[in-house]
Write a protein that binds this ligand. Structure first.
Ligand code: IMP
Ligand code: MG
Length: 173
């Protein structure tokens, strides 16, 4: 592990939390089918672990969003660089995101998805960072709440580095 990283969540902690989230989601949607929409790139590992624990039928799609500006400062202006491919009209959509920070990315994405007239839309975020929240976006399923700091690993990057680390770390400042 690089020496500028401090571990905040271990493999076991992540796995346990995801199992609990998947149990709740499977219970809430029992008898229904969902479309899980992962937000690239950060949510790719979280989504793949989460969906393998679901006991309800699930279809999978991805969106990719880009924001102008520095990667450690997030999302002044968000735009879609890869849209959905599934037809989500009248479907139950579960957005799977790595981190909600200011909330701008999620607010933008929810508006985009609602434009396709899904039956319902809920949000599952592995991490919610509360310190910089600007837009009060609803998050239905939360893995962890974190006050501050920049996190990497388990899909999360800093300048495209560290996505492959199996645990979650805070970058030392
Ligand atoms: P926001 O909620 O619009 O501020 O942006 C959230 C997005 O910023 C997430 O989808 C992440 O891609 C990125 N992000 C925010 N905080 C972190 C972090 O601590 N590590 C890695 N990416 C982050
Ligand atoms: Mg992201």
């Amino acid at each position: 592990m690089p020496s500028d990283l401090i571990r905040v969540l271990s493999r076991d902690e992540i796995a346990q939390r995801i199992k609990a989230l998947a149990n709740r989601i499977s219970k809430d949607y029992v008898g229904k089918e969902i479309c899980a929409i992962g937000v690239l790139k950060g949510a790719f590992i979280f989504l793949s672990d989460l969906v393998r624990q679901l006991t309800i039928p699930v279809q999978i799609d991805f969106v990719r969003l880009a924001s102008y500006g520095d990667s450690a400062e997030s999302s002044e202006n968000v735009r879609i660089t890869k849209g959905i491919e599934l037809d989500i009209r009248d479907r139950h959509v579960l957005v799977v995101e790595d981190i909600v920070d200011c909330g701008r990315t999620m607010a933008f994405l929810l508006e985009y998805l609602n434009g396709f007239h899904p039956k319902s839309v809920k949000v599952c975020a592995l991490i919610t960072k509360t310190e910089r929240r600007e837009i009060d976006v609803p998050i239905d399923y939360v893995g962890y709440g974190v006050e501050h700091g920049f996190l990497v690993g388990y899909g999360l990057d800093f300048a495209e580095k560290y996505r492959n680390l199996p645990e979650i770390y805070r970058i030392k400042v």
